[in-house]
Ligand binder design. Structure first.
Ligand code: SAM
Length: 468
């Protein structure tokens, strides 16, 4: 297909998708949320974005616009701009660290001057202005008039939800109780950003060191490094950041996969590497007859206990929720689990390590114990034909692909998955696996993949396996 024909085809997909969004919103009597207004999770117009027709149209719009832009842009400019993209990440991190979003929330739609934004952190107003202008140019913040900035829909998602005076007075505690997006952004931009620049070095001079270990000049894996008392602030930020991964999903995503009502009353869910335990807490709130054991390393569990005490104290008092310090590289102590749930665990680790984790769970499993792995499954950027005959008959495994000339995986609309794949690699040697890779590693570790549920409105899937 010639370029102009391709561009016209892409434009037609865009028009169809916009018509579809327009029709759903018109029918509901609502406007699609504006980029200029702060994000309001309680707005009905936000909830409507979960409508199936809207999620499909949004994927097409994101994929089309990025593909049109890549087609028409000077290719050298695109390549060089991509090599400079780390500045977007660093600027966003700086804005979050300087609590700009909270200052601008208090300033309202008229915004604040960079002098006023920079004053509480005693930073350089000229530099703050350039940082915010770079971000505004990428549709994060809005330059209302020269040198005056306001929040927009994207920047406001980083709001830590407290008065700026409180977070400036208590820096240690500024992320606690937030929706987790600022924590996720800061963790990613700082730790992953510093590590990622060592990717090529780690490949050209192969050693047993990952980019994280080269960047931070340490030998232990990131999670062990975080246990060092001098890195404790990393543990608490990471725990809140993991909550942020939940906030980027529709709130009921955990119920869009495996049917938790299938577990009989008093059945035990072990949340392996559960972190703060927000997913198991959400399940237990809906199905209070289920018992939960949240397992993690000590410092993470301390944070989890506080979180449960605040959000579901009844389950603690009745001892239906318990906490167990457990290293998942050692034999699993719980022998009567209905479910071993692992959300965002396996993608942290390379195959050899995942094999070790899964074998310990297999050794402790009853014949009826289900392994429920909650992860993103990596699609190919090409058509999947013939990719995995061993997985094609697994119920729920099949997934649609985008119509040509879009990339089959919807390109930019699914970019987060491929970005996370590199994050996992540079930090821990982990990987976002293809379905076939999950199937193989499960089988090698004594588990058979029997069902897959792709959670609608989310990139997450639930992979259900039984002991072989
Ligand atoms: C990516 S987070 C996922 C947390 C949680 N499952 C969620 O979805 O929010 C990985 C978790 O694994 C925990 N972890 C890392 N190494 C561990 C180990 N050896 N044993 C148990 N937990 C570990 C970390 O403390 C962290 O809470």
């Amino acid at each position: 297909m010639g370029s102009i024909t391709t561009l016209r085809r892409l434009a037609a997909i865009l028009t169809d998708a916009l018509d579809s969004v327009d029709s759903v919103y018109q029918k509901a009597g609502l406007n699609f949320p504006s980029l200029d207004e702060p994000f309001d999770p309680k707005n009905e117009a936000e909830a409507l974005r979960q409508d199936k027709a809207i999620t499909a149209a949004v994927n097409n719009i994101m994929a089309v616009t990025a593909q049109i832009s890549a087609t028409v842009c000077d290719p050298m400019r695109l390549a060089v701009n991509t090599s400079n993209a780390m500045h977007i990440s660093s600027c966003l991190n700086a804005a979050s660290e300087l609590n700009v979003v909270e200052i601008l929330r208090e300033a309202g739609p008229k915004g604040a001057s960079t002098k006023d934004i920079a004053a509480p952190s005693q930073s350089n107003p000229g530099l703050v202005e350039r940082i915010l202008r770079l971000l505004a140019t990428h549709h994060i913040f809005r330059e209302v008039s020269p040198g005056v900035f306001a929040n927009n829909r994207v920047s406001s998602t980083l709001d830590k939800g407290k008065p700026s005076s409180v977070i400036f007075a208590n820096r240690e505690d500024r992320l606690t109780g937030s929706n987790g997006i600022a924590a996720l952004v800061e963790h990613t931009a700082e730790l992953c950003g510093k590590s990622s620049v060592f990717l090529a070095d780690s490949m050209l001079k192969p050693s047993d060191k990952l980019p994280f270990n080269l960047a931070y000049r340490v030998d232990e894996p990131m999670f062990l490094w975080m246990q060092d008392p001098k890195n404790r602030s990393q543990v608490s930020r990471f725990a809140v950041a993991m909550q942020g991964t939940g906030a980027t999903e529709p709130p009921d995503t955990i119920f869009k996969g495996f049917d938790w009502s299938l577990i009989t009353d008093n059945g035990l869910i072990v949340d392996v590497g559960g972190g703060i335990g927000h997913s198991s807490l959400t399940i237990a709130k809906k199905f209070p007859s289920l018992r939960i054991i949240n397992q993690d390393l000590g410092p993470a569990l301390e944070i989890s206990k506080r979180y449960w005490k605040e959000h579901f104290p009844e389950h603690l008092e009745s001892q239906m929720a318990q906490f167990q310090v457990h290293d998942f590289f050692t034999p699993q102590p719980v022998k009567d689990a209905a479910v071993f749930m692992l959300r965002y665990i396996l993608h942290d680790w390379p195959d050899k390590t995942v094999h070790n984790i899964l074998c310990h769970l297999r050794d402790a499993a009853l014949p009826t114990t289900k392994l429920i792995v909650i992860e993103k499954i990596q699609p190919f950027a090409s058509l999947e034909e013939g990719a995995g005959s061993r997985t094609e008959n697994i119920p729920g495994a099949a997934r649609p692909t985008a119509e040509p000339p879009l990339l089959p995986n919807w390109g930019a609309a699914t970019a987060d998955l491929y970005l996370y794949d590199m994050t996992m690699h540079v930090m821990l040697g982990g990987v976002e696996r293809t379905l076939e890779a999950f199937y193989d590693i499960f089988l090698e570790s004594g588990w058979k993949l029997v069902e897959v549920h792709h959670c609608s409105g989310s990139q997450l899937s639930h992979l259900i396996a039984l002991p072989v």
